[in-house]
Design a protein around this ligand. Structure first.
Ligand code: PGA
Length: 250
């Protein structure tokens, strides 16, 4: 039985003061929820704050991106071991906003996945098709290509040490998420593709769903057999919303 995982992706929002209020409300809200896992991925400058506030709670923390390199002349980049220094358990890899805005390619995403595992973090590896690809019926083709880049690099046993997140790009930030049935179909496609290589790895790997996950649709999405949690953007910035989604997972 896969344990559900709810991860907040704060994106580029927050400040020291608002973070403190939000984190303390989340800690209080999920304190008694012991049947699932919870985490927040905060902007990098706030990792120290997240660590100070969240350590010894049942809420883990992580980053939203990192370099695939451990050191070097990469102005503005952050190495995996630096995230580990601040206690990160998770790091989001290959989010569609980074693929699109920062031209992150499949091979770069795969290299980051491997680098995160090497440093003992769990990468949260995002896949998903754009609206155009969706409307052209290319969902499975695109998701397969993104998935295979990581599978070809580290294999199914490596993949299942991390976490997958299927986020249809057309659902992100729109308030109109995929229906549970549509989401389930793609989650099942992903798991079957892994199962084709390694049944045990496929049974083990957690596949989160993302893209306008809200209180209103969380319970239904989370009841689908291949949806093992949620990657939550905007709703994770409102404590009551995020806690309610965590309650649905619990
Ligand atoms: P959203 O974002 O919940 O605001 O749609 C999800 C994400 O980008 O991870």
């Amino acid at each position: 039985m896969r344990r559900k995982l709810v991860v907040g992706n704060w994106k580029m929002y927050g400040n020291l003061e608002s973070n403190k209020v939000l984190l303390e409300a989340i800690i209080k809200g999920v304190h008694d929820y012991r049947n699932a896992d919870y985490a927040v991925c905060v902007p990098t400058p706030y990792l120290f704050q997240a660590q100070a506030i969240l350590q010894d709670t049942n809420v883990a923390w992580g980053a939203q991106n990192m370099s695939q390199f451990e050191a070097g002349a990469f102005t503005g980049s952050v190495a995996p071991h630096m995230l580990v220094d601040f206690g990160c358990s998770y790091v989001i890899i290959g989010h569609s906003e980074r693929r699109e805005l920062c031209n992150e390619s499949d091979p770069v995403v795969a290299a980051k996945f491997e680098a995160a595992l090497n440093d003992g973090m769990k990468p949260i590896f995002c896949v998903g098709e754009t609206r155009e690809e969706y409307e052209s019926g290319l969902t499975e083709q695109v998701v397969a290509r993104q998935l295979d880049a990581v599978l070809n690099r580290i294999g199914p046993k490596g993949l299942c040490q991390g976490v997958l997140a299927y986020e249809p790009v057309w659902a992100i930030g729109t308030g109109r998420g995929a229906t549970p049935q549509k989401a389930q179909a793609v989650h099942s496609f992903i798991r079957n593709r892994v199962a084709h290589l390694d049944k045990a790895a496929a049974a083990k790997v957690r596949i989160l769903h993302g893209g306008s996950v809200r209180v209103a649709n969380a319970a239904q999405l989370l009841s689908m057999p291949d949806i093992d949690g949620a990657l939550v953007g905007h709703a994770s910035l409102v404590a009551e919303e995020f806690v309610a989604i965590c309650r649905a997972a619990n």
